[in-house]
Design a protein around this ligand. Structure first.
Ligand code: IMP
Length: 198
């Protein structure tokens, strides 16, 4: 496939985020595919919606229109089964308000602790077509806060693949073996490499 003249830096892409933890995870994943990534702060319109895929898609379109760069955006959330998927698309607000202890309180004396993280990565091509890639990690909410690493809900989530550790107790490399973000970005990277890297 030809490399678009609009995308002269095909091995360098931009990640629109203000979250340096996310950036540090993503930088390592994309490096596995020979793709470098730069963190960029773009004032994108982040719509409020129940569907994180729609949020990511619209942010990607806006970010591309603002910058004309090969730019990737991500939207993610924590979905707790017994709370019917809450906080989901409202994860960032819930984290800032009731926080980890608020979630543990909501699940006090609750046996069903099943939850998943979902990430949607979206990329707008020069012709305005947005490609989206999804990753999910299933696991459980712990009964206490565990670990100093990571960010957000990491210290209360343990993936089924490594049930002895929360994401907050893992190194970035360990979290990247299992995480929703790693899965979504690997899918994106496979696609991006096949289309844009000759
Ligand atoms: P965002 O809107 O994609 O930045 O993510 C919303 C919120 O979900 C973040 O503020 C975090 O609280 C939470 N979140 C998303 N991904 C993760 C993760 O990998 N670990 C822990 N919390 C996360």
């Amino acid at each position: 496939m030809p490399v678009s003249k609009n995308f002269p830096y095909e091995k360098l892409i931009f990640f629109a985020t203000e979250n340096v933890n996310k950036f540090n995870e993503v930088r390592r994943i994309l490096a596995e595919y020979g793709i470098s990534v730069a963190m960029i702060k773009v004032k994108t319109l982040e719509i409020q919606d129940d569907d994180i895929e729609k949020i990511a898609r619209i942010s990607a379109l806006n970010a591309y229109r603002e910058t004309n760069l090969p730019i990737v955006v991500e939207d993610a959330g924590l979905f707790i089964e017994t709370l019917k998927g809450f906080p989901g698309p409202y994860s960032s607000y819930v984290y800032r308000t009731i926080g980890l202890n608020g979630i543990l309180k909501l699940l006090e004396n609750v046996e069903n602790r099943k939850a998943y993280f979902k990430s949607v990565v979206s990329f707008c091509e020069p012709n305005g077509v947005v490609r989206s890639f999804q990753g999910i990690v299933y696991g459980e909410i712990t009964r206490e806060v565990r670990g100093e690493g990571g960010f957000g809900f990491d210290p209360i989530f343990k993936p089924y693949e490594e049930p002895n550790k929360t994401f907050g107790e893992m190194t970035i490399e360990e979290k990247n073996k299992f995480s929703h973000r790693a899965k979504a970005f690997r899918r994106f990277a496979e696609w991006y490499r096949s289309v844009y890297i000759s």
